[in-house]
Design a protein around this ligand. Structure first.
Ligand SMILES: CC(C)(COP(=O)(O)OP(=O)(O)OC[C@H]1O[C@@H](n2cnc3c(N)ncnc32)[C@H](O)[C@@H]1OP(=O)(O)O)[C@@H](O)C(=O)NCCC(=O)NCCS
Length: 178
């Protein structure tokens, strides 16, 4: 049973991450379809995910939420790098492989950006997607984020270096998007 719903999207809820979610995280995040596009090449077991929940999620720094569809955990969305002073946040998201391509990513990301801008007073929200990650690039563009640049050779995946695209949106752009 997922934690408390904190934000409500059209098709997903963004809920608190609880200790019991370590099992879901372990299964989903070791899956190459999830970890490779995220650039993760370290196996992590349930104990390590429990520690992440205890140390990172339970700290006062940043925001980590479980993406929940039909009462089942399907992914995580977070911003662990944000500045209240400057009003900027860097966010990222992932979904378990069987939950991808159903609109959950776009819904979760839009809902989270609404929160960062309308509740946390962020002026700019930033995200990043490896150039080969067609789905992530398409999802970020589909919700109205603008590609503002590219970092060459940022990621080493599958034997070679890949560019990474940077996306950003200001509060005004977000509120006035189509
Ligand atoms: C990236 C991710 C979060 C996207 O979420 P998602 O639920 O799969 O994406 P959505 O179903 O919401 O798709 C959003 C848009 O992208 C489009 N899209 C989806 N897959 C696509 C693909 N392979 N190629 C092109 N466009 C694609 C959809 O058509 C949709 O556009 P539309 O609203 O204009 O129709 C999810 O796929 C994921 O977690 N992938 C693995 C980890 C990852 O890459 N995380 C992001 C790291 S930066």
């Amino acid at each position: 049973m997922p934690g408390a719903p904190f934000l409500e999207g059209d098709s997903v809820d963004l809920c608190t991450i609880e200790k019991d979610d370590a099992e879901f995280l372990t299964e989903a995040l070791n899956d190459p379809e999830v970890r490779v596009p995220l650039g993760i090449a370290e196996p992590k077991n349930e104990t390590q995910h429990e520690e992440w929940i205890e140390e990172q999620v339970s700290s006062d720094e940043g925001f980590n939420l479980l993406v929940v569809a039909d009462d089942e955990p399907v992914g995580v969305i977070n911003s662990n790098w944000l500045s209240e002073r400057h009003g900027h946040a860097v966010m990222s998201a992932w979904l378990a492989s069987d939950a991808q391509g159903q609109g959950y990513g776009a819904d979760a990301t839009s809902t989270f950006i609404d929160f960062l801008i309308d509740e946390r007073r962020m002026e700019t929200v930033r995200a990043e997607a490896f150039a080969f990650n067609e789905r992530s690039n398409a999802m970020l563009q589909s919700i109205g984020m603008e590609r503002v640049g590219t970092i060459p050779n940022w990621a080493f995946v599958d034997g070679e270096h890949h560019d990474s695209h940077i996306y950003a949106v200001t509060a005004d752009q977000w509120r006035n998007r189509n």
